[in-house]
Design a protein around this ligand. Structure first.
Ligand SMILES: NC(=O)c1ccc[n+]([C@@H]2O[C@H](COP(=O)([O-])OP(=O)(O)OC[C@H]3O[C@@H](n4cnc5c(N)ncnc54)[C@H](O)[C@@H]3O)[C@@H](O)[C@H]2O)c1
Ligand SMILES: O=P(O)(O)OC[C@@H](O)[C@@H](O)[C@H](O)[C@H](O)CO
Length: 508
């Protein structure tokens, strides 16, 4: 079968050819750090929608920031082209549409082609920097600067990129950029700016550069929302057949999307998402964040370990299971009172989330949601747990149970090629979490394997780890004891029996 690339698009030899809009001559107005599924199915898709209406008139250079990854060469083989397939319900009707996205001009590997990345910094066409480097990307890493060499961290790369631009173009006001991070990190724009300024200070870049950053570059805070499940690895042939070409980057997602962005009016004028009919809010993002992170990401992080160890694999299977769907109800009932929003707004949001989780087309794997789960629990559930304790004077049982389930999920059986492997019902799964977490959990589980009575020591030591939690969680009254009880119960009776017992309790 023919591969998707520029030649195929020009030949137009495939079923959906009439829907393609492509202008290869558009200037490279943006650089994007992060080549993952989410950006392809969300931001690059949005830029494409604007290009179709003549509202952006630009392309994006995509940079792979992390050293591992195989996306860039394959993306370049496809001339930056790929297909987004959006499937689910929209306004009560079934949607199933595919579209070739043409907003990416090329891809670069930061490690191997840093000089080319710096050439982009010199361009007067460039106006925007977008990014999604996961939560791990917007963190401070202590590193040295050597001229011409690529820094390890994303903030380090961005600082050198901006410094190169400042030097190449003379630090003129007009050469400042609009920087729009899409990581799910609270105040992502402000944090990224702080990190850039810190790097500039560490590396003793001139004060005038810091002034240029402050005065002429806009860092915007954002909140992003769309469930993008990525490449359909279990049904590639079926999709290629439907499209009439082979595409290594088919990106599946739901029709729903939302972007909340805090930025000055000038940015709104340069990025008129709303004029292209996109669901974008130019306002305070806090209310959106409060609802979305607590009531969508929170239940995701609660359900992944519970449901996976129960024996199911996807969010849809959770929602369609009698017992697990009750666990999700329990999750909403514990989270909702802690969310600072109008009751009606919360109810409507919860109903919409349930409908999205029930999207019959989305194969959203629990193991994908479980990537780096401990830090997600810290960011997405711990504030809810603490607020619940303040409000009710007791622990939220399901939220606490999901913490025990997460510890049970990160239980290594053995190691393969440096990666930890867990076992569910005799079948292996990869445990993918942060290095510190894996080290502590492996140590803890090793002790428990030798002596089951050591669960208490394991849980207490893990919860008191400030490097992981940012605080000592054993100070929350009863938490350590309840997590210990739950882990012990899961070990003894298995997940199914424990969840059934938990959901048998009356809803709050
Ligand atoms: N997939 C979704 O539905 C969805 C929805 C909203 C938000 N998000 C956010 O997007 C992020 C990425 O999701 P995805 O589905 O694209 O995953 P992915 O695995 O396809 O992509 C991960 C991306 O992050 C980069 N990356 C990873 N670790 C990094 C590091 N330490 N420094 C710099 N870059 C790093 C990779 O190079 C890659 O571009 C998630 O962390 C999530 O918070 C995803
Ligand atoms: O993407 P992650 O791994 O950070 O989190 C898993 C899901 O909660 C997340 O992808 C949601 O589906 C998404 O945030 C919806 O906008």
């Amino acid at each position: 079968m023919t591969k998707l690339n520029a030649a195929l698009l020009e030949k137009g030899d495939f079923p959906d050819k009439d829907s393609v809009t492509w202008n290869r001559q558009l200037p490279e107005k943006a650089i994007q750090f992060g080549q993952g599924n989410f950006m392809r199915g969300y931001l690059d898709w949005m830029l494409h929608q604007m290009n179709k209406k003549g509202l952006f008139n630009g392309n994006v250079v995509v940079v792979q920031p992390a050293s591992t990854g195989t996306v860039i060469p394959k993306l370049n083989e496809q001339d930056g082209l790929y297909t987004v397939i959006l499937r689910g319900m929209e306004n009560g009707a079934v949607v199933d549409k595919s579209e070739v996205i043409t907003s990416i001009s090329r891809g670069l590997n930061a490690r191997q082609e840093w000089h080319k990345v710096l050439e982009v910094a010199e361009s007067t066409d460039l106006e925007f920097v977008f990014s999604n480097t996961t939560e791990a990307g917007i963190t401070y890493v202590c590193e040295d600067y050597h001229e011409g060499e690529v820094p390890e961290s994303f903030p380090g790369k961005l600082t050198v990129f901006l410094y190169h631009r400042y030097n190449a173009l003379g630090g003129d006001k007009k050469t400042g950029l609009t920087i729009v991070p899409c990581e799910l990190v609270d105040e992502n724009g402000k944090k990224l700016k702080e990190l850039v300024l810190k790097k500039a200070e560490d590396w003793k870049f001139p004060g005038k550069f810091a002034e240029w950053i402050e005065r002429d570059n806009q860092f915007c805070d954002t909140l992003v929302d769309r469930i993008v499940t990525g490449f359909p690895k279990e049904a590639v042939e079926e999709f290629n057949k439907r499209l009439g070409y082979e595409d290594e980057f088919i990106t599946l997602g739901e029709p729903y999307h939302m972007l909340a962005i805090e930025a000055p009016r000038s940015v709104k004028e340069k990025l008129p998402f709303h004029e292209a009919g996109l669901n974008v809010f130019w306002e305070d993002i806090k209310p959106h964040r409060e609802l979305k992170v607590r009531l969508l990401n929170g239940p995701h992080t609660m359900m992944f370990s519970v449901a996976f160890l129960y024996g199911v694999d996807t969010v849809l299977e959770v929602m369609e299971n009698d017992v697990l769907s009750k666990f999700v109800e329990l999750a909403f009932s514990e989270i909702s009172p802690t969310v600072l929003a109008d009751e009606k707004v919360k109810e409507q949001f919860i109903e919409a989330v349930k409908e999205r989780f029930l999207n019959p087309y989305n194969k959203h794997y629990l193991t994908d949601i479980g990537l780096n789960a401990v830090f997600k629990y810290r960011a997405r559930l711990l504030p809810t747990l603490k607020r619940y304790v303040d409000l009710k004077g007791e622990l939220p049982q399901a939220i606490v149970f999901s913490l025990a389930a997460m510890l049970s999920y990160i239980r290594p059986d053995h190691e393969v090629g440096g990666e930890l492997v867990g076992i569910r019902n005799g079948v292996e799964y990869a445990i993918r979490d942060n290095g510190v977490v894996l080290e502590k959990v492996t140590e803890g589980w090793n002790c428990v394997e030798r002596d089951e009575a050591r669960v208490k020591d394991f849980v207490t030591s893990f919860l008191s780890e400030k490097e992981i939690w940012g605080e000592d969680l054993t100070e929350i009254p009863g938490l350590s004891e309840t997590v210990t009880e739950n882990v012990t119960m899961i070990l003894k009776n298995g997940m199914e029996s424990c969840v059934k017992k938990l959901v048998g309790r009356p809803l709050i």
